[in-house]
Ligand binder design. Structure first.
Ligand SMILES: N[C@@H](CCC(=O)N[C@@H](CS)C(=O)NCC(=O)O)C(=O)O
Length: 196
């Protein structure tokens, strides 16, 4: 059984969305963390993540952490869902590149932008947004006609940083398409801790 250790409005929200897209059975364990703004109850003893962060995934006794690894693991394992171009597929290289770039480059660029003065957009952030816009120019998804786990990871990151994104063009149109997906809507209903 897959168990996702999750905190609302965090990097693990994307993994709920991915699990819903994949259509695999899973259970959610809500854990507490300390958020960037200082809110939250802090590290949770029930969280198996070595740094008490989210996401953390248990596949029975196998622990997987780091968002890109969790996404790759899940989409590969549920390859029947078709969200991961398989080894030998020409889309596999671009797909893995996007998964790593989102965490390794885009996330830090957003962090830099959040720390940058309004009048001086961080160059790495501006370049990253331009790269996404170029990739989506063909569309409708990052890999063209093919929706993949990379769209879930990018889409959720863009949605989180929506206030920093261009108001027109490829990115808002992409977010509008993504928000229509039933799996996204189901994930949003599961994000918050259910009322007792
Ligand atoms: N590199 C990790 C980062 C995970 C991460 O920082 N998660 C945040 C929530 S978005 C967290 O758990 N923060 C709590 C903390 O830093 O103690 C990944 O990509 O999964």
């Amino acid at each position: 059984m897959l168990t996702l250790f999750h905190a609302p409005r965090s990097r693990s929200t994307r993994i709920i969305w991915l699990l819903e897209e994949l259509g695999v059975p899973y259970q959610l364990r809500y854990v507490t963390i300390r958020y960037r703004d200082g809110s939250g109850d802090g590290p949770d003893a029930a969280n198996p993540h070595p740094d008490k962060k989210v996401p953390a995934l248990l596949d029975d006794a196998i622990l997987v952490t780091e968002s890109a690894a969790v996404a790759t693991y899940l989409a590969d394992q549920a390859d029947g869902a078709g969200l991961a171009p398989w080894i030998g597929d020409r889309d596999r290289g671009p797909y893995l590149t996007w998964l790593s770039w989102i965490e390794g480059e885009f996330g830090p660029a957003i962090g830099a932008r959040l720390g940058a003065p309004e009048a001086d957009p961080e160059p790495a952030f501006t370049a990253a947004v331009a790269r996404i816009e170029r990739a989506l120019a063909e569309g409708p998804w990052l890999l063209g006609e093919r929706f993949s786990a990379a769209d879930v990871m990018l889409g959720a990151t863009l949605a989180w940083a929506q206030h920093l994104m261009p108001r027109d063009g490829a990115i808002p149109a992409y977010l509008a398409r993504l928000s229509q997906r039933p799996a996204f809507q189901r994930a949003m209903t599961r994000d918050a801790v259910p009322a007792a």
